[in-house]
Design a binder for this molecule. Structure first.
Ligand SMILES: C[S@@+](CC[C@H](N)C(=O)[O-])C[C@H]1O[C@@H](n2cnc3c(N)ncnc32)[C@H](O)[C@@H]1O
Length: 403
């Protein structure tokens, strides 16, 4: 199977392959459907190559929003595109990892080479390692396509063995390392870090032996697992966590970092030590939902202190304060009504306030937001946000932003 994929990839890199993918991209841009596109391509590049050319053109179009113009020359498979991180964040990571003095880096599990290319563009000589021959072919092709092949060596190797052999702050002769374990197998997410590839034990060994290292981990990683002296960072964009990182001790500068990508810039919130929980208090005029990077990084109490806010419940990450927040770290709502959660009473209240359309948010409740929003919909012209949560342990509905 991988032999077929490799043969196709090699063809895609030839001048005929390049022309075939360009033709497929043009057909896609014209809005050709799969059958029409493939029929035309078969006639032009042959039955054997039509499918791969079409697939690569489709994957490049899918990659474009995140990869920009690079996408037009990238070599990808559906799997490696799914595994690839955001290039802008790979660049940010590479710069921080290399600092001013690292000039070589190992990419331990390079897939299609997003990190390899970012490290090379940041000025390092890169040893890109993968056990998968397709990944190695893709990384070599992408390094060449993006003009950094002279700084990239792609080799077959097992990251577990290389990390086990790391000594004196070097792995495979490199002074810095990126490890991004595969966290999916058979199309399913591997929740247990011991089942990642390479597994958690390799992550720990790398962080022990390589001061200049960064490991991409699952956003849900338990804080308990983070080794002492290792900075953990959660990065969010558009209200979701887009990556979680563990930094080697030579790069770590704080206990935890929450980073928020907004309008092309990155805002950061840090703590040198665990700031502990925020205080709890009664619901006040505003409700604030912290950004997921703040919640995951354990920094809710910093934001609470900044806003003069308290938690509505010690176990729930909703904050409340008297005044509007104007903070990038929270989404805020005006609280208009607070009532114990009861569907009938909630419906009656919304009817009485002429509310027709409702957005439901929840935290610490088993309700299904879309289903409840449908149940609460009415004939009125007004709108509201209904937040279902626990307040001091009691299931509660907060009716917010009545309009
Ligand atoms: C999540 S992907 C890396 C994605 C890459 N950083 C990117 O942003 O495009 C993980 C890669 O590690 C490779 N891999 C898994 N176990 C490995 C091992 N023991 N040694 C080397 N590579 C390994 C997989 O083949 C896969 O290509």
């Amino acid at each position: 199977m991988s032999d077929d994929v490799l043969a196709q990839l090699r063809w895609l890199r030839t001048p005929e392959g390049t022309a075939g993918v360009a033709r497929a991209a043009a057909l896609l841009a014209e809005g050709a459907d799969l059958l029409t596109g493939l029929a035309r391509l078969r006639a032009e590049v042959g039955a054997e190559h039509a499918g791969p050319a079409w697939e690569l053109a489709r994957l490049r179009a899918r990659a474009r929003p995140l990869f920009g113009a690079d996408a037009d020359v990238l070599f990808l498979t559906a799997d490696t595109l799914e595994q690839a991180g955001r290039p802008a964040l790979a660049t940010r990571r590479a710069r921080r990892l290399l600092g001013d003095d690292a000039d070589s880096a190992a990419d331990l599990g390079c897939a299609s080479g997003t990190d390899t290319v970012a490290l090379a563009r940041a000025g390092a000589t890169v040893l890109a390692v993968d056990t998968d021959p397709v990944a190695r072919e893709l990384t070599a092709a992408n390094a060449e396509a993006l003009g950094v092949a002279d700084r990239v060596w792609v080799v077959a190797g097992d990251a577990v063995e290389l990390v086990d052999a790391a000594r004196g702050g070097e792995v495979a002769g490199c002074g810095a390392a990126v490890l991004d374990p595969a966290r999916r197998a058979g199309g399913r997410r591997q929740l247990d870090p011991d089942r990642w590839s390479p597994p958690w034990s390799t992550v720990v060994t790398l962080l022990e032996r390589m001061p200049r290292a960064v490991v991409k981990v699952a956003p849900g990683l338990d804080h308990e697992r983070v080794p002492a002296g290792v900075e953990a960072e959660w990065v969010s964009a558009g209200g979701s966590i887009v990556e979680a990182l563990l930094w080697g001790r030579g790069v770590s500068s704080v206990w935890r970092r929450a980073s928020l990508v907004r309008d092309g810039a990155v805002l950061e919130l840090t703590a040198d030590a665990d700031p502990g929980p925020a205080p709890t208090g009664p619901v006040r005029g505003r409700l604030h939902e912290p950004d997921p990077a703040v919640i995951r990084s354990g920094l809710v109490s910093l934001v609470a202190a900044d806003l003069g806010a308290t938690l509505v419940d010690p176990t729930i990450a909703y904050l409340t304060s008297d005044v509007e927040a104007g903070s990038p770290w929270v989404s805020s709502y005006r609280v208009d009504e607070v009532l114990p959660f009861n569907l009938k009473k909630l419906k009656a209240l919304l009817r009485a306030r002429d509310v027709g359309r409702v957005v439901v948010k929840k935290r610490g409740s088993a309700i299904e937001p879309e289903a409840l929003a449908r149940q609460l919909r009415g004939p009125g012209a007004g709108t509201a946000t209904v937040v279902v949560t626990r307040v001091a342990g009691t299931p509660t509905a907060l009716v917010c932003d009545l309009r």
